[in-house]
Each structure stands twice: as structure tokens, then as C-alpha cells.
Design a protein around this ligand. Structure first.
Ligand code: FAD
Length: 336
């Protein structure tokens, strides 16, 4: 099969590259190095500034395929898939990875069908098989009880979406150089049937626990919805955001966008405080790679302590009020 190179699909927010695109470059760089091939990023949009394009190179891309056109200003899956399909047919990459974001999850299945390729969604790990060079695509399966590794030996390109925050972004090296290939949009790639008329922001999008540096999560140990006020107060003092276990979400104490874990979000904050959360495997899957984990739980055997850097064994209804009181005092001293 005459396919070569690893591609990542970059995403932008206004004229900035989204952090998740640098996470993909971290994954992509390792794959490309193992295969001894080049790593390219595909960037589709409009009015993308040079600094943004350069940053993809500083963060690990050898090449950037840039397709910038007013008709590509908004993400319309038909148009973006048409553009990518035409690039795949021309350049024949062997691996394409995108983020498992709303746009990545819409685009990649659409594209996989078009190019007759397989797709593994929501991978948490990627590697290259030594003997064959096949992409090993690992993702939780059967309710998170096993990790399944999937390969696509018969088809190219091999395609996967990757869970945001399941790895760190590649660091920036301003000495790196690379090539930018400007591609002119062919008019026939725009699907005239589809037009963007307007957009309304989903209120749930206001809660973005995945970008937070500090998350304080509550679980069933809080006993009832009102007790989440203890978490809210701590969140205010520490300038963090609220997270939750699925149990707390299922009971309606907190809304779903706050859920951390396998069927919620994967997070990578500097500080994660788990309050009254046992540390079930599905919860750990979403937070165990946080830089610092503090657990507060009255059961010394709770599995959360196995991943915690600091543990407080005790009653959260004693500990949180004390902590909030102390932080309030310190805030007052700071004001004086
Ligand atoms: P519990 O396990 O009941 O733990 C409560 C903890 O609070 C206990 O450890 C207890 O010791 C402590 N506690 C009680 N009272 C106090 C007190 N006064 N002071 C201090 N500590 C106290 N779960 C998720 O979180 N996220 C997911 O995304 C997720 N996805 C799932 C997907 C699937 C397919 C399945 C099957 C399950 C999933 N789960 C998920 C559910 C998961 O298995 C657990 O049921 C859930 O995480 C438990 O939530 P919890 O820790 O809040 O509750």
C-alpha cells in the first residue's frame, strides 16, 4: 500500500490554534518518529494568521497543509470532509488523527466512510506495532472494564480520534522549522446544499472543566444537593471549577458537563481535589493524570487514596467548613 506520513487535524478557535491540536502533535510526533516518516498538520479555516501556522511547526509538525478560504470560515462537516478527502487522495497519508471533540467526532466518521477506512473513536493511547507498522489504537471498552487495542491492517489511511487531555500538549521549540503548503480551495469542494445561517451558544459550553487548572469534585459522600455549597465555597476561594462523580450527576446534584470520568470528561488540571469520591476505575480514568491530587474521604481504604498525592482521612463535613473558614480568613488578611 503506497501510503506514507502521519497527519493531525488542527482545530482553531477564532484565529488561535486550540490546545488540543498540540496534544495531537505530541501523539503524532511519537508515531511519525517510530515509523521514520514525517508529521503533517492539516489546518482548514479562514484568515488564519501566520503565527498560528508557525506554532504548529514549533510544536512538532514537519509540514502544514493550509487551506484558508472565506467559504471555510465555519465548520461545515460536508465541506471540511470534501477538502480532506481530496487531500487524502492526492497525498495519501497512512495515519490521520483528530481530536474527539464535537467537530472531530462529526468529521472523522463522515470522512472514514468516504475513503473506505476504519475509524477508532475516543482513543486514550496510540502506538505502532513493531513488526507490521500498523497503528495500535487503544480505547476503553465494555463499560471501561477493559482496554481494547484495535488495528486496521487491511485499509489505509488508519484513522482515529483521540480523547482531549489524554496526553499533554507538545512543548514549543521555536528553533524547529518546517514547510507550509498553501492549498487553493477548489470551488467544487463546497457543498452548495449546506449553508450556515447562524448559531446559538449551548449554555452548557460555559462550563469547561477541561481547561481548568483547579478542579474540586464532589461525590456521593456529600449526601445531598445542598451540600454541594461546601464545594462551591471552596471553588470560590481557590478560583477553580466544580467537578463531580457520575453518582453525584445521576442524582441531579450537579449537571452533566461537570462529570469527570469515563462517560464524562477527561481532565488534566494542576490540582484536583476529590471530596467524598470513592475512586471507582471509571472516575479515575478521567482524572488520574492530574498534576496533584488531594483526596478527602472518611474511608482509609477508598481506592482514590491510591492515586492521591495527599490524602485526608476524615469527615468532609468537618474538614470542608474548616478549610473554607481558614481560606476566608486569609482572603481578609490579603485585603487589608
Ligand atoms: P461512591 O462510590 O458511593 O463513593 C462515595 C465515597 O464517599 C465513599 O468512598 C465514602 O467513603 C465517601 N464518604 C461518605 N461519607 C463521607 C464523609 N462524611 N466524609 C468523607 N467521605 C465520605 N463514575 C464517574 O465518576 N465518572 C464516570 O464518567 C463514570 N462512568 C461510568 C461508566 C460506566 C459504563 C459505568 C458502569 C460506571 C461509570 N461510573 C462513572 C460510575 C462509577 O463506577 C461509580 O459508581 C461512581 O464513580 C461512584 O461515585 P462516588 O465516588 O461519588 O460514590
Amino acid at each position: 500500500m503506497n501510503y506514507r506520513g502521519v497527519w493531525t487535524i488542527a482545530e482553531t478557535n477564532k484565529d488561535k490554534i486550540k490546545e488540543v491540536s498540540f496534544e495531537l502533535l505530541n501523539r503524532g510526533r511519537k508515531l511519525a518518529d517510530k515509523l521514520g516518516t514525517e508529521l503533517a498538520s492539516v489546518l482548514i479555516g479562514n484568515n488564519i494568521n501566520n503565527d498560528a501556522v508557525q506554532e504548529l511547526i514549533y510544536r512538532g509538525a514537519d509540514k502544514v497543509y493550509l487551506i484558508s478560504d472565506p467559504q471555510l470560515e465555519n465548520f461545515i462537516v460536508e465541506n471540511y470532509a470534501n477538502v480532506l478527502e481530496s487531500l487524502i487522495n492526492e497525498y495519501r497519508p497512512e495515519i490521520i488523527i483528530a481530536a474527539a471533540t464535537t467537530s472531530g467526532r462529526s468529521l472523522m466518521p463522515y470522512l472514514a466512510v468516504r475513503v473506505n477506512a476504519g475509524l477508532t473513536a475516543d482513543c486514550t493511547d496510540l502506538d505502532i506495532e513493531e513488526d507490521t507498522g500498523n497503528l495500535l489504537q487503544t480505547r476503553p471498552a465494555i463499560g471501561g472494564n477493559i482496554l481494547a487495542t484495535i488495528k486496521t491492517p487491511e485499509h489505509r489511511p488508519q484513522m482515529a480520534t483521540v480523547r482531549p487531555k489524554s496526553t499533554r500538549p507538545n512543548s514549543k521549540d521555536e528553533k524547529r522549522t518546517g514547510e507550509v503548503i498553501n492549498i487553493t480551495l477548489k470551488p467544487e469542494l463546497i457543498d452548495g446544499r449546506v449553508e450556515r445561517i447562524g448559531g446559538k451558544k449551548n449554555e452548557q459550553e460555559d462550563v469547561n472543566i477541561q481547561d481548568a487548572d483547579i478542579i474540586i469534585s464532589g461525590g456521593r459522600g456529600l449526601k445531598k444537593a445542598d451540600n454541594f455549597d461546601l464545594i462551591r465555597e471552596l471553588v470560590k476561594h481557590l478560583d477553580g471549577v466544580i467537578g463531580a462523580s457520575r453518582d453525584a450527576v445521576d442524582r441531579g446534584w450537579v449537571s452533566y458537563p461537570h462529570q469527570v470520568g469515563l462517560s464524562g470528561k477527561t481532565v488534566l488540571p494542576k490540582l484536583y481535589i476529590a471530596v467524598g469520591i470513592s475512586g471507582a476505575i471509571q472516575h479515575l480514568a478521567g482524572m488520574k493524570t492530574a498534576d496533584n491530587i488531594i483526596a478527602i474521604n472518611n474511608d482509609p481504604e477508598a481506592p482514590i487514596f491510591k492515586v492521591a498525592d495527599f490524602g485526608i482521612v476524615g469527615d468532609l463535613f468537618e474538614i470542608l467548613p474548616m478549610l473554607n473558614e481558614q481560606l476566608a480568613k486569609e482572603a481578609k488578611v490579603d485585603e487589608i
